[in-house]
Design a protein around this ligand. Structure first.
Ligand code: HEM
Length: 146
């Protein structure tokens, strides 16, 4: 069981929140932004070159988390469900009992940062943990003249 690591994580987040004066969810989100690039580098071989932020979010479950579960004994990444509403919108349904929703949002933002894209996360339904994520801009959008 992973009760101890989870409890340690909670204690660390609480300590960091107290020390920084930020809320626990801001600390968790920042942590997600911070760990996304190294995670993506570690599993870069599973990410096709034409994927961008929303593709990674949409397909993390079937590609990355699935492989992590098989290859890393003891690792329990959450099951992520997604609905790709359009080229520029994906709904992420995060329902892990760990309730690390802010971490999921942070990882999504960190992934976007890697791709030089801007996303907006709207947490509309707390009960179902459905997070609509919209791509606002991409490095490819053509502001090259600026
Ligand atoms: C880009 C490549 C990614 C890799 C390599 C990766 C890998 C992992 C690993 C190793 C864990 C820890 C499992 C454990 O504690 O036992 C984890 C947890 C987690 N992942 Fe990912 N992940 C990736 C992308 C994502 C994305 C895009 C999201 C959501 C936007 C996400 C959401 C989470 C969350 C919220 C957790 C915390 C554990 C929980 O909620 O139960 N991950 N991931």
């Amino acid at each position: 069981m992973s009760e101890y690591p989870d409890a340690e994580m909670e204690a660390l987040v609480a300590a960091a929140a107290t020390m920084s004066g930020l809320s626990a969810s801001v600390v968790l989100e920042d942590f997600g932004v911070f760990i996304a690039p190294p995670l993506m580098n570690m599993y870069g071989h599973l990410i096709p070159g034409d994927w961008k932020t929303l593709d990674v979010i949409e397909k993390t479950e079937e590609t990355i988390h699935h492989v992590v579960r098989v290859q890393t004994p003891g690792a329990k990444p959450p099951v992520l469900h997604t609905i790709r509403r359009s080229e520029d919108e994906v709904v992420l349904i995060y329902s892990s009992p760990r309730k690390l929703c802010a971490l999921a949002i942070g990882i999504a933002r960190g992934v976007a940062k890697q791709f030089n894209e801007t996303i907006e996360v709207a947490r509309t339904n707390v009960r179902t943990m459905a997070l609509p994520i919209v791509r606002l801009s991409s490095a490819r959008d053509g502001n090259s003249g600026n």
